[in-house]
Write a protein that binds this ligand. Structure first.
Ligand SMILES: Cc1ncc(COP(=O)(O)O)c(C=O)c1O
Length: 429
């Protein structure tokens, strides 16, 4: 079965290879990947260093359980603690993002001694599709499948300044109001009853980019109240937002207590997720029984891929590259928006992540199609771009731009020129 689609409607080419920012189908057609597939192939396709590391690890040792030590697991944990500056912390490895978030919640509850403590998350958020991760997510697609309250989840409105749920008219006020609501909900439940706030720090999977004052204020509010802050960096980590981890944009004022990773952790060459615990969260767990485990926790092949991925980001200068090309992409998108009234807002660009929100009317901000449906012209644009050899991702009225950090400058410019041209070719009424 195929994810997030009607099975009977699914039709897509079979992908048989890839190289750099391109993937190749079984007809030999090459596609420039403007979304890193699922915003995960930050290193592009078939990164030679990562492929080699997997081959070498496979020839040495494919598997060992977490009951025993494994060299690549220890090395990767060390690297993650270094890159995040979580000295004295610990890392728990999972298989992907959803179980990383579930485990972060477990650890936060156990370390805070609030065994059933509430978890505050945002409406219009995505943290994974397993049951507890669905409960954590404020996702309209799956809301009816799970009773979030029974998982101890409380939701707050997102810092979505373009359509501010608090009725404000600028980024700063929206960020302040959204952070104040988090504080209010903690106070309403009682700080002793709330274990953690779990959110994406900056760019969001649902196309929301938080105003810059939002995350530091949430950090301040949670710290003041003795509530842990968990940063979901599954999508925003590993250069996507121009930093190793998006919270680093705010310096120490943005440092969370726990952070979850997946996707870019191996550049999607193998499935792997992680929870990074600060020293403060790890300490109370040090002499406590940890009632959790995964057979494949810290799988040596995946961790070897992770070590090679971290080295590739570093040695190829990809974090800085993402920042530089992100600024270039943002400038090009702003020019595109000036030419096409269907573009209501451009967001992002701190790294190679940006969003175009399409509207029917720029003045009233009337959505192009009701959330989360997709206008026929946008679907046709995606098909036409594919025919031209460029793969764009959309979600509702959003075009999400998240190419691999290795994309060539010329490739990026050409893809955006194609987008510019296609936006002018369709009827957006
Ligand atoms: C922010 C965020 N968190 C969690 C997840 C879930 O990760 P996975 O699909 O690896 O379970 C995703 C996946 O898209 C994500 O974008």
């Amino acid at each position: 079965m195929h994810s997030w689609c009607v099975q009977a409607d699914w039709r897509a080419p079979t992908i048989v290879g890839g190289e750099g920012a391109h993937f190749i189908d079984d007809q030999g057609r090459r596609f420039l990947d403007m979304s890193s597939l699922a915003e995960c192939m930050n290193l592009g396709h078939q990164h030679p260093r990562v492929v080699r590391a997997i081959q070498e690890q496979a020839a040495t040792l494919c598997f060992v359980t977490a009951a025993w030590g494994a060299e690549p697991r220890a090395r990767l944990a060390q690297l993650l603690l270094e890159k995040s500056g979580f000295a004295g912390g610990r890392v728990f490895f999972t298989l992907g993002g959803a179980d990383a978030n579930e485990h972060a919640v477990k650890f936060a509850r156990q370390a805070s001694r609030k065994a059933r403590g509430r978890i505050i998350t945002r409406e219009r958020s995505y943290h994974g599709a397993s049951y507890a991760a669905m409960a954590l997510s404020g996702d309209a697609r799956t809301e009816s499948q799970v009773d979030a309250a029974s998982f101890g989840v409380l939701r707050v409105p997102p810092p979505y300044a373009y359509r501010c749920p608090f009725g404000t008219t600028n980024d700063e006020d929206c960020g302040a109001a959204a952070a104040a609501r988090v504080a209010q909900v903690i106070d309403g439940a009682g700080a002793g009853a709330v274990a953690a706030v779990l959110m994406e720090p900056n760019a969001g999977t649902n196309g929301i980019v938080a105003p810059d004052n939002f995350w530091p204020r949430v950090r301040e509010a949670t710290a003041l109240r003795g509530v842990y802050l968990i940063a979901d960096e599954v999508m925003s980590g590993f250069g996507r937002c121009g930093e190793w981890f998006a919270w680093q944009r705010y310096g120490e004022a943005g440092r969370p207590d726990l952070m979850t990773l997946a996707k870019g952790l191996t550049g999607a060459h193998l499935p792997l997720g992680a929870v990074v615990l600060s020293a403060g969260v790890a300490a109370p767990l040090e002499h406590a029984m940890l009632y959790t485990g995964l057979t494949y926790c810290g799988h040596p092949l995946a961790c070897a891929a992770g070590v090679a991925a971290v080295q590739a980001y570093e040695e190829d200068g990809l974090i800085e590259r993402s920042r530089r090309l992100g600024a270039e992409m943002r400038a090009a998108l702003d020019r595109i928006a000036a030419r096409h009234p269907v573009v209501g807002e451009v967001r992002g660009g701190a790294g190679l992540f940006a969003v175009l929100e399409l509207v029917r009317d720029r003045a009233t901000r009337e959505p192009l199609a009701p959330w989360a449906t997709t206008h026929a012209s946008l679907r046709a644009l995606v098909d036409r771009a594919r025919e031209a050899g460029v793969s764009f991702a959309t979600r509702g009225n959003l075009i999400i731009l998240a190419p691999p950090l290795v994309i060539g400058e010329r490739e990026l410019i050409d893809a955006l020129a194609l987008l510019d041209r296609l936006l002018g070719e369709f009827d957006w009424t």
